[in-house]
Write a protein that binds this ligand. Structure first.
Ligand SMILES: Cc1ncc(COP(=O)(O)O)c(C=O)c1O
Length: 380
């Protein structure tokens, strides 16, 4: 059995009629803006808010991917890190102190794995000092807390679409409390054909692999050959799924292919499947793996299934040998958020492993994954 870490795109999506399923937030948000990916949205947001011109300060979690921090920094903002504990939540006492003493212009919040941060407290804290609140929902698309979508609590929110949905690219920015018209004046260019075509093909092949592994493997081999030929022709290519920040690709918008796919997806079904996979995996791993003790709140859409392991690289190797594409999650943050004072963030970087639970993972696959993890219990 093979369990991919990525969802696939069914060719049948393209023959569905658009609009058959209601669009969820942020795809129905007034004033939403689409970008090639989330880091572009983050950069343009901070630029439009004038953080660079005024040297404004933003508080950013010390446990982060790195791409979001590079984008904020490239926009010229000053950054001070606040502490995320081993429970993946901010140290609210420290955050409160920082807001009161440093008077930042904004607080940046990341919702990890689809779990909501304590928004009631954070919203109150920001209101008290008239501080902007920006929600990073890159890992929290389709997730809700207390009946409200994540990304509706802050003044602004950014989302990554391709992490949760089978689109070749896409990031969204929502403006909840102010229009920030500078953003409407941006002139974004479309991504090139090789970039969009290559990723779309990969997603289609991923879907094929979920149906027939040998056929999928063979198709991927052909694609790799084709990719080499296209590279030799020097057609456009924007890196994908990488860690880094490239100023040259900032003004690229989301592709038309992504837009067409977005009109045709069944979002309720995607969330339902991810939740069912999460609950089954949690039940089967109880007592066999170190899990985060957070409840699956109503409306929450889990991004992956995080577990803690001793040695991430070794665990990935062992699981991969059994056909399970587990991933090392965020191995490090930016250099300024390492060392003394950042021990909890480092702990999370060192030990979180992500197990796939996306919408193409079936209950048989969840059971297969759980049985191998149970048998590896002492080794992980
Ligand atoms: C928390 C977080 N924010 C922002 C980003 C940027 O997303 P994108 O890859 O769409 O630029 C990522 C991933 O790169 C992320 O994990």
């Amino acid at each position: 059995m093979y369990i991919s870490n990525e969802h696939g795109l069914s060719p049948a999506t393209f023959i569905q009629s658009p609009g058959a399923h209601p669009l969820p937030f942020p795809l129905n948000a007034p004033g939403r803006l689409y970008f090639y990916r989330a880091r572009n949205a983050i950069y343009h947001l901070f630029r439009a808010l004038g953080f660079g011109a005024r040297g404004d300060l933003v508080l950013v979690p010390d446990y982060h991917n790195t791409n979001e921090v590079l984008a904020i920094r490239a926009a010229g903002a000053r950054i001070h890190f606040y502490r995320i504990g081993r429970n993946l939540e901010p140290d609210l006492e420290q955050l409160t102190k920082l807001v009161r003493t440093l008077t930042p212009r904004a607080v940046y919040v990341i919702h990890y794995f689809g779990w909501a941060q304590p928004m009631k407290d954070i919203v109150e804290l920001c209101r008290e000092r008239d501080t902007l609140l920006i929600e990073d929902c890159a890992l929290a698309l389709l997730s809700e807390t207390a009946g409200r979508p994540l990304g509706t609590f802050g003044d602004f929110a950014t989302f990554c679409l391709y992490k949760t949905l089978p689109v070749p690219n896409g990031g969204v920015l929502t403006r909840n409390t102010s229009e920030l018209p500078e953003l409407d004046r941006l002139r974004l260019r479309p991504p090139g054909a090789r970039t969009v075509g290559g990723r779309t093909l990969e997603l289609l092949l991923e879907w094929l692999r979920t149906r027939s592994e040998p056929a999928g493997q063979a198709a991927f081999a052909v694609k790799r050959g084709l990719g080499g030929a296209l590279r030799r022709l020097r057609l456009d290519g924007i890196p994908f799924g990488d860690i880094g920040f490239d100023l040259a690709n900032l003004d690229v918008r989301m592709s038309r292919v992504s837009m067409e796919v977005l009109k045709r997806l069944d979002y309720a079904a995607i969330r339902r499947q991810r939740r069912a996979n999460f609950l089954l995996l949690r039940e089967l791993l109880q007592g066999y793996a170190t899990m985060f003790p957070r409840e699956l709140e109503d409306g929450m859409c889990p991004y992956v299934f995080p577990i803690l392991v001793r040695d991430k690289q070794a665990a990935v190797r062992k699981l991969s040998a059994r056909g399970i594409a587990a991933q090392e999650f965020w191995n490090f943050g930016v250099p300024e958020a390492r060392g003394a004072g950042f021990e909890d963030a480092q702990f999370l970087h060192d030990h979180i492993l992500e197990l796939p639970l996306h919408q193409d993972v079936t209950s048989d696959q969840v059971e297969y994954m759980a049985s191998h993890i149970r048998s590896l219990e002492r080794e992980l």
